[in-house]
Ligand binder design. Structure first.
Ligand code: NDP
Ligand code: HSE
Length: 435
């Protein structure tokens, strides 16, 4: 048991009391005594900034702590750690930068900001020799940032690939397993606090791309120009293709795929078909999983809840405790020498090589299959299997072709030719397939 005199107090200023902020306060209320017992550090919540003072909160917070002005926290010399949980680019960036300049340590869950404008912020933290914790920015409760930064420090990482958006995985699970509509599943994800304030970031793949940018930066030790990540969301996925994929032994997931190859980095987010016995296929609901291939450690799979109040608060608290230990002198507070990052090339999506699921809507008449196969062949695309579904309307019959590995630009050229020649009735569905 630690004597009170040896207890070190670390003062916290929280900006944002929504899903994640409320979770942080609840965890502090529940576990700060046990954290103090274990570490000898008393975490004290000194001030909480919000937009509305009258809003009903998910957690009880003394009215005296609340302010509408983040400057009350940023300018308070007694506050050691600023926790930014408002999200978005502005004023989050100004808040973090002011906190660093004012000598505060900073914790954030703001993947959008770090992915899109992270370099100057990381640079400022280095120059100010302050810690910037961002464990909560990727995959909620999974300690993937620490694993990449510390646990795998001696490795060269070539693949970081995973399901990194809880909302999309929750929607896809609801659609494929329970027959719930896209809209109803999204609504449920919002009610649970999984979705971003603007859920377009989730369903259009942008949140996954934000997380991929952060993972690739750490894993591949390169700056990542966010706009070069290829991004597709789940909005255009139809239940028909999810069902056909299932018949063929595949599930459909929104994957974030990062590969560090000798030609450059592949960075892409899109719906992906995976064999039903693939480890990522069993990741359901709000769960996330990240597969990492590291040259020394080999294949690793990280799994856990990717969004929501408590998993995300757990990650925020992990940064807070880490920083508090440094403040208390239990570890070095000075930032180590900043990691030197490369500027690796990002490969255009047209250059990737993948297997493909193609669904053509064609007229049921002799010669159509032959035309499809010939055109694909002319573009160096080899067919793995062909499946024709029965249809009550012979004018539009679905023909599904799975291909062997092909270069994306050849697939796109072949699809353009097939459309131009009037072989298909509607836009062909193309889903990339990972093994
Ligand atoms: P919410 O929308 O639930 O909460 C945002 C909070 O910020 C609200 O309390 C709001 O105040 C406050 N706020 C907004 N603008 C200001 C401002 N200018 N000054 C002071 N307070 C402000 O968001 P989440 O908690 O869901 O997300 C917070 C961050 O965590 C985001 O960056 C998000 O991407 C990230 N994140 C979220 C996860 C999740 O599962 N929800 C998981 C991982 C990361 P008021 O309540 O008064 O409106
Ligand atoms: N909206 C995000 C998700 C929150 O659904 O995964 C966690 O980062």
């Amino acid at each position: 048991m630690l004597r009170t005199s040896s207890v070190k107090t670390v003062n916290l200023g929280l900006i944002g009391l929504g899903t994640v902020g409320s979770g942080v306060v609840k965890v502090l209320q529940k576990n700060s005594a046990s954290i103090e017992k274990r570490t000898g550090i008393r975490l004290v919540l000194k001030r909480v900034a919000v937009r509305s003072l009258s809003k009903k909160r998910a957690v009880r917070v003394s009215r005296k702590l609340l302010t509408r002005h983040p400057e009350d926290i940023l300018g308070d010399p007694s506050i050691d750690v600023v926790i930014e949980l408002i999200g978005g680019i502005h004023p989050a960036r100004e808040i973090i930068e002011t906190a660093l300049r004012n000598g505060k340590q900073v914790v954030t869950a703001n993947k959008a900001l770090l992915a899109e404008q992270g370099e100057p912020i990381f640079g400022l933290a280095d120059r100010c020799r302050k810690k910037l914790g961002f464990e909560a920015s990727v995959c909620g409760g999974i300690p993937i940032i620490k694993a990449l930064k510390e646990g795998l420090a001696s490795n060269q990482i070539s693949h970081v690939l995973g399901i990194v958006n809880g909302t999309c995985n929750y929607i896809l699970t609801g659609m494929s397993q329970e027959g719930i509509s896209f809209g109803a599943a999204l609504k449920a994800a919002q009610t649970q606090g999984y979705a971003e304030q603007n859920p377009h970031l989730d369903v259009d793949g942008i949140d996954s791309a934000h997380k991929l940018a952060i993972l690739a930066r750490l894993g591949f030790r390169s700056r990542v120009p966010f706009r070069k990540i290829h991004v597709e969301g789940i909005r255009s996925l139809s239940i028909i293709d999810i069902e056909y994929a299932k018949d063929l032994g595949y599930g459909v997931k929104l994957l974030a795929i990062g590969k560090d190859t000798s030609h450059g980095m592949e960075l892409r987010v899109h719906p992906t078909m995976l064999p039903l016995d693939h480890p990522l296929s069993s990741v359901k609901g709000v769960y996330n999983a990240v597969f990492v291939h590291a040259d020394q450690a080999g294949d690793l799979l990280f799994y856990g809840k990717g969004a929501g109040m408590f998993p995300t608060a757990s990650a925020v608290l992990s940064d807070i405790v880490d920083i508090a230990k440094r403040i208390a002198g239990q570890a070095d507070l000075k930032s180590p020498r900043p990691v030197k990052l490369a500027d690796k090339k990002v490969l255009p999506i047209a250059e990737i090589v993948s297997k493909y699921y193609l669904r053509f809507q064609v007229e049921d008449k002799p010669g159509v299959l032959g035309t499809l196969a010939r055109t694909l062949g002319k573009h160096h695309i080899s067919i793995l299997s062909v499946h024709q579904k029965e249809s009550h309307d012979p004018r539009s019959v679905p023909v599904i072709i799975l291909t062997y590995e092909a270069r994306e630009k050849n697939i796109l050229k072949a699809l353009r030719t097939i459309h131009r020649d009037g072989v298909v009735q509607e836009k062909t569905v193309m889903v990339r397939v990972e093994q």
